[in-house]
Design a binder for this molecule. Structure first.
Ligand code: GLA
Length: 400
């Protein structure tokens, strides 16, 4: 389906549902994201990289004259319906949580009174591409537009952090919403999660030399309640121990591995008990891979970026121990695939997708290689996995 057809589909649903005219309808496009390097270091205030994809969440809406928010989805059943005056608490596993969370984040910090009627849809299978942050950002931008607010990307990053950390209870970092709100076409976004300093880095390589390969594993499972929050706690415990051993001031239980100087890690890291030693090893080696990868990207050395992605994937498997049998198989298959520069888990890596950088000349071989190996190893997902060749795009914004 073309972009125009997709937007028209959303608009016609909204016209049919609320009887509005075409020129009243506004549309937000909020891209999905990948992170070539910088796995699971954002919640420790580390260094991350990412890109916004040409696959997105689209939200068509009309502002209302009262405080009601009514949303339907082309991907999920039912209607999310609430008032800004009394926003209901989290409903486990419900797609309406993102609208409620975004509304709550805004109501707490800004004078907003007007709700909206909206229809939302995503263009990719859910998992590993941060559709949750993309949809959260889409609701934020729509509610801000309906209420005449103009917020900076940094303010929206903090609002979406509230949605994820407080409303949804996931102790994640700011990688997802930052890439969605700060990225640009043909650039790698490099973010320091401690200072929030951002660089959008073009590459000396030609856009014809690489594309972004996303392979959806066919596995979909909720992120909250998985090992994600446990890993965050382990990283914090490792930081706490090293800070204490080296006589650093106490952080009152709010330690982050980024507070640990690499020299202190070199001196004290070997004392860490398992598995904290592996979590810290992942953090410090990933920071080096991010720094080197950013320079390789800038210089146009996509092959080297790919090698670093493989090393990042291996560290996720052996040190961070995220992954799942399906995702680990996919990662191994992609690493052996002709035309793939490098691959790793996309996102948290407990479900969802793998991301790779690939050579556009090898599209057919890549599809054939994956279909020859992946479903044979995991017949349960044979009807569910999918292969997508993607490109970069610009950040989330109102497009109509
Ligand atoms: C998920 C989280 C992010 C980040 C990645 C792993 O996408 O939402 O904050 O931690 O996993 O890099």
């Amino acid at each position: 389906m073309s972009f125009e057809q997709l937007v028209e589909q959303l608009k016609s649903h909204l016209r049919a549902r609320v009887g509005c005219s075409d020129d009243e309808i506004r549309v937000v496009r909020s891209p999905l994201r990948v992170s070539p390097l910088g796995a699971h270091v954002d919640h420790q205030d580390g260094l991350v990289t990412g890109m916004a994809l040409d696959q997105a969440i689209y939200l068509a809406f009309v502002p209302r004259t009262d405080a009601r928010v009514r949303v339907t989805s082309l991907n999920f059943e039912g209607c999310t319906d609430f008032s800004l005056d009394s926003i209901p608490p989290l409903v486990p596993q419900d797609w309406g949580n993102y609208a409620r969370g975004a509304a709550l984040a805004l109501v707490r910090s800004h004078a907003i009174y007007l709700g909206l009627d909206a229809v939302v849809m995503g263009t990719m299978p859910i998992g590993g591409l941060s559709s949750s942050a993309a949809v959260g950002v889409a609701y934020l931008l729509a509610l801000e537009s309906a209420n005449g607010l103009a917020l900076t990307p940094q303010e929206n990053i903090e609002l979406d952090r509230y949605v994820e950390n407080v409303y949804l209870g996931l102790r994640n970092g700011v990688l997802d919403q930052s890439m969605i709100l700060l990225s640009d076409r043909d650039c790698l976004t490099f973010l320091d999660c401690r200072t929030m300093e951002v660089q959008r880095i073009p590459t000396a390589a030609s856009p014809a030399d690489y594309e972004i390969l996303v392979v959806y594993s066919g596995i979909r499972k909720a992120l909250v309640g998985t090992a994600y929050n446990n890993r965050v706690a382990e990283c914090q415990e490792a930081a706490q121990l090293m800070l204490a051993w080296s006589g650093q001031p106490s952080t009152n239980g709010n330690s982050r591995l980024r507070l640990v100087d690499p020299g202190i890690y070199a001196q004290w890291g070997s004392r860490l008990p398992a598995p904290l030693d592996r979590r810290a090893r992942h953090f410090f080696t990933e920071l080096e891979r991010v720094r080197e990868g950013v320079e390789a990207w800038r210089a146009g050395d996509i092959g080297r970026v790919g090698e670093l992605m493989r090393a990042s994937g291996a560290s996720s498997v052996h040190n961070y121990e995220s992954g799942s049998p399906h995702l680990t198989s996919l990662y191994e298959i992609l690493c052996a695939c002709p035309g793939v520069y490098g691959a790793r888990f996309s996102g948290a890596g407990f479900r969802g997708s793998c991301v790779a950088l690939s050579n556009p000349a090898y599209r057919e071989e890549i599809e054939a290689f994956i279909s020859a190996h992946y479903p044979a190893k995991h017949p349960d997902i044979a009807d569910w996995y999918s292969v997508h060749f993607c490109h970069t795009s610009e950040a989330a914004r109102l497009i109509a």
